[in-house]
Write a protein that binds this ligand. Structure first.
Ligand SMILES: Cc1ncc(COP(=O)(O)O)c(C=O)c1O
Length: 432
């Protein structure tokens, strides 16, 4: 269907606050590996993967076949009945988990719901409604997850079922603490907040190992270690929101938090878990997952037949093809290219991230965030056949996150496009 006509119909019946990329929005109608096609037949390299989700690629035969086979047997039964693939997937996740000891898994249909459940387990176990969250974080769009989301633009309500205190964001590029040399004073802020803004009896601290919507911001080495030691002193649980960083996306490690040498009490998952199928999960210590009372809880759709069949095939695919290693190698190449092309480009403040989770912070002539230039960059990439995303509280960080199956050749092609688009995006600002 013609995208302009579809846009008009979308406007008439869908909420006006649903964000659409590009001045002329597009419909993606087909995908193959790391390539996608829009409804007008244009081909693109997919360097955003439907918001950091299509981790193994589009139309992967092994995953498609697993879903097709399951669809031909039974779609739905609910958690009132045993589901073999649900059990297998839980066993798989526990065997891969960065958490030690006895663990269980609760399946949901989204990242929002996974975080919501993790917060329920943490607050119940600890007998406290108090939670610490990071500024600039993003954790979902329910009341509890908006309450722990540290970005005004993703928080349409201040109502909260939790008592949330925000701690400083370990954002090295715009660090307000250490004046050039990192002394991890931002981590010490956690102690200060516990002492001054809470009762002292806090349930949990939640953080993304690399902030996704926040603009792919990575904490400095040692940050999580120091924070964890503060949390341990107070018995506070640590929830790692791995919705974007799991399954080898960050290249160096299978789980994002592993790069920081600390063990969380729970991790939350979604996005890459299902390679686009609607599935989320909380993996955590048994005593936490089992902390809610009663024997009466159900989930109609959580861990359903279709999504668990697809997610299992997806995880197998990631492991069998060693996609983590590919993310490390191709991500390393791309990051080097981005750093080189940015050296003499004042529009680039910072290239950051790891593996295939790379960000470019775009700024104006005075170093101020330049969201308009980020939009221009995205458009120039689109025109040249590459799709990327953006994020950051000022919407000026470009997000690059292709499927982990991306090849060196495709990465080179995309890097050439980024180079051209960066030159144009930055230059327009100065001329105009
Ligand atoms: C880190 C993180 N947590 C949670 C969520 C919410 O996930 P969902 O959109 O599946 O509800 C997102 C979504 O972007 C996310 O990036």
């Amino acid at each position: 269907m013609n995208p302009d006509e579809l846009r008009e119909r979308h406007k008439a019946v869908l909420p006006e606050w649903i964000s659409l990329y590009y001045e002329r929005p597009m419909e993606l109608v087909r995908g193959e590996g790391f390539k996608v096609w829009d409804s007008e037949g244009n081909e693109y390299l997919d360097f955003f993967g439907g918001i950091v989700t299509t981790i193994s690629g589009h139309n992967v035969p092994e995953i498609v076949e697993a879903v097709r086979e399951q669809a031909g047997k039974i779609f739905h039964s609910s958690t009132l009945y045993l589901i073999e693939n649900q059990v297998k997937l839980a066993e798989k996740l526990v065997s891969l988990s960065p958490i030690s000891g006895d663990q269980k898994v609760f399946f949901t249909v989204s990242g929002t719901e996974a975080n919501e459940a993790a917060l329920l387990f943490a607050t119940t176990h600890r007998g406290s409604s108090e939670v610490l969250a990071l500024r600039s974080s993003y954790h979902g769009r329910s009341f509890a997850t908006m309450a722990i989301t540290g970005q005004a633009s993703w928080k349409p309500t201040a109502r909260s079922p939790l008592d949330v205190s925000y701690v400083a964001n370990p954002y090295q590029y715009r660090c307000k603490f250490c004046d050039g040399k990192c002394n991890l004073l931002c981590a010490d802020d956690v102690q200060g907040v516990i002492e001054t803004a809470t009762t002292g009896h806090v349930a949990a601290f939640i953080a993304e190992p690399i902030q996704g919507v926040g603009g792919f911001i990575e904490a400095p080495p040692g940050y999580f270690e120091r924070v964890k030691s503060i949390l341990d002193e107070h018995g506070i649980l640590f929830i790692a929101d791995e919705v974007q960083t799991a399954f080898g996306r960050t290249g160096s490690h299978f789980w994002g938090i592993e790069a920081h040498g600390v063990e969380p009490d729970m991790i939350t998952l979604a996005k890459g878990l299902g390679n686009g199928l609607s599935i989320g999960a909380v993996v955590g210590r048994t005593e936490l997952i089992d902390s809610i009372s009663g024997n009466l809880h159900v989930s109609t759709f959580g861990g359903n037949h279709l999504s668990t069949a697809g997610a299992l095939a997806n995880i197998e695919y990631i492991l069998e093809h060693n996609l983590q290693q590919n993310a490390d190698e191709i991500g390393g190449y791309l990051k080097d290219r981005l750093i080189k092309m940015s050296e003499n480009n004042p529009a680039v403040a910072e290239v950051r991230g790891r593996g295939l989770m790379l960000g470019i912070e775009i700024v104006g002539p005075g170093g101020e965030p330049d969201p308009a230039a980020a939009v221009r960059f995205m458009q120039e990439c689109r025109t040249r056949g590459v799709l990327v995303g953006k994020g950051g509280i000022k919407a000026n960080a470009i997000r690059i996150s292709p499927p982990l199956t991306i090849t060196r050749e495709a990465a080179e092609e995309a890097a050439n496009v980024f180079e051209e688009a960066l030159a144009i995006a930055g230059a327009t600002e100065k001329v105009g």
